[in-house]
Design a protein around this ligand. Structure first.
Ligand code: GTP
Ligand code: MG
Length: 224
């Protein structure tokens, strides 16, 4: 059964579908709806920052903003892999990346400037910061990962929801998507040499980011 499709609960009950399972499925769907609402809240905040930044600086800080809800299949896999309870409560309490947003910026300093504007907002609580730009992963992976808590206002409650926000430059995103594709190729020869080369590419791409940023500063200084 696909849990993210609309389920006709009455028809299911009439056909003898176990009631316990129906209840769990609707609890799951309700939680996914709440994560979608949390994504909308954070996306709106990012869109507002984008509009203001663009007006003040005459350029767009974000190349793109993509959001996604983790699929039921990968939620289940992650709960199993980490040994957490497979339940709605198990998801809420243990998974911080059910709702995810990836913000692609043009320049590294835009990442820090806009991430600070977001996390300084008084309804946002920062749960975790992982700065893989200052401290890249051994394979060369770079990005700024934030786990945030944002309130959503439902008909009769205010609920804090966790959202993972990943900030990257275009170059970091280019590297990460290639590395992601290569990671799933099994039994490749020269694996060690290839991962060394991937590290070198990450390094080169980070140098390019900094050179482009310095170039932007020079061009902007000349314009003034
Ligand atoms: P997860 O259990 O995967 O969430 O690990 P974690 O909690 O240690 O999270 P971490 O912040 O390290 O990474 C979470 C997400 O960042 C992943 O789901 C990927 O989207 C991305 N990511 C992290 N490391 C890599 C990497 O080496 N390569 C690529 N391509 N993406 C990565
Ligand atoms: Mg994670």
């Amino acid at each position: 059964m696909e849990l993210n499709k609309v389920i006709d609960l009455e028809a299911l009950t009439a056909s003898g579908f176990p009631e316990g399972l129906i209840e769990q499925a609707s609890g799951f769907m309700e939680l996914m709806m709440q994560y979608r609402c949390a994504l909308m809240e954070v996306e709106t905040k990012l869109n507002v920052l984008n509009a203001e930044f663009t007006m003040k600086n005459n350029r767009n800080p974000f190349e793109s903003i993509k959001s996604r809800i983790k699929t039921p299949k990968s939620i289940l896999e992650k709960l199993r892999r980490k040994g957490f309870e497979i339940s709605v409560k198990g998801i809420e309490e243990n998974l911080a990346d059910v709702a995810g947003i990836r913000v692609i910026c043009s320049f590294p300093d835009d990442i820090y400037a806009t991430a600070k504007m977001l996390t300084d907002q008084d309804d946002i609580r920062v749960i975790q910061v992982k700065d893989y730009i200052i401290n890249p992963k051994p394979n060369g992976y770079r990005s700024l990962h934030l786990i945030l808590e944002v309130p959503i206002f439902l008909s009769n409650e205010k609920k804090n929801m966790k959202v993972e926000v990943q900030f990257r430059t275009i170059a970091m995103d280019f590297w990460a998507s290639l590395e992601h594709k290569l990671k799933y190729k099994k039994n490749i020869e020269n694996a060690e040499e290839i991962s060394k080369e991937l590290q070198r590419c990450a390094e080169a791409s980070s140098q390019l980011d900094l050179r482009m940023q310095a170039l932007r500063d020079r061009i902007e200084a000349e314009r003034e």
